[in-house]
Design a protein. Structure first.
Length: 192
């Protein structure tokens, strides 16, 4: 083989020291400034992503409740209603906001506004949304067996970001929900 080149003893030691000398203060300051800048940009974005996910989860649960009520009304040939609930059993008093949670039940006596009586079957319970507010232009929703609700309804989901981040579930007279960032009359959503 070929003989290895001889490296003077002082050079070998100098290379080893260069590899282990670390970073200079200006390099550390520059690196930290970049890291802080990225964190400052990324943390609010991540927080918004979390809020959007929480709002979207609530919107999707509400839409699922609407579809459940609508399909059960058709399947059972009976009125099925949604109402806000404080105890996961009964409809809350008029004026209670929907973020307290809501229930879906078979409204056997077809009362309006809907009130769940002890003999009326409870189909599903939805948990409260502590992270936001849910306001509506209806105190209860009822779906008829022939697939219609009879009136339009708008439910507005807001969090601490206010109107710019709000979403609405707008339910047509036929009982079909859609999600929008504007009201049914195409005006900005209002958060109280």
């Amino acid at each position: 083989g070929h003989p290895l080149p001889l490296v003077p003893q002082g050079m070998e030691r100098g290379r080893a020291m260069d590899r282990h000398r670390g970073y200079t203060l200006p390099e550390l300051v520059f690196t930290m400034a970049i890291a802080v800048g990225l964190l400052g940009w990324g943390v609010p974005t991540f927080r918004d992503l979390q809020r959007n996910a929480a709002r979207t989860r609530e919107v999707n649960q509400f839409i699922q409740a609407v579809y459940l009520a609508r399909s059960e009304a058709i399947k059972r040939n009976r009125v099925v209603s949604l109402c806000p609930s404080l105890d996961a059993e009964d409809c809350a008093p008029a004026g209670t906001t929907w973020q307290t949670g809501w229930i879906v039940f078979v409204n056997g006596d077809r009362d309006s506004p809907a009130v769940r009586d002890t003999d009326e079957e409870l189909l599903r319970v939805y948990a409260p949304w502590p992270g936001g507010s849910l306001t509506a232009n209806r105190t209860t929703l009822s779906f008829r067996p022939f697939g219609q609700m009879g009136v339009t309804a708008t439910f507005t989901f807001c969090d601490d970001r206010g109107s710019p981040a709000a979403r609405a579930v707008i339910i047509s007279q036929t009982g079909r929900p859609r999600v929008s960032d504007r009201s049914a009359s195409n005006t900005p959503l209002l958060c109280s």
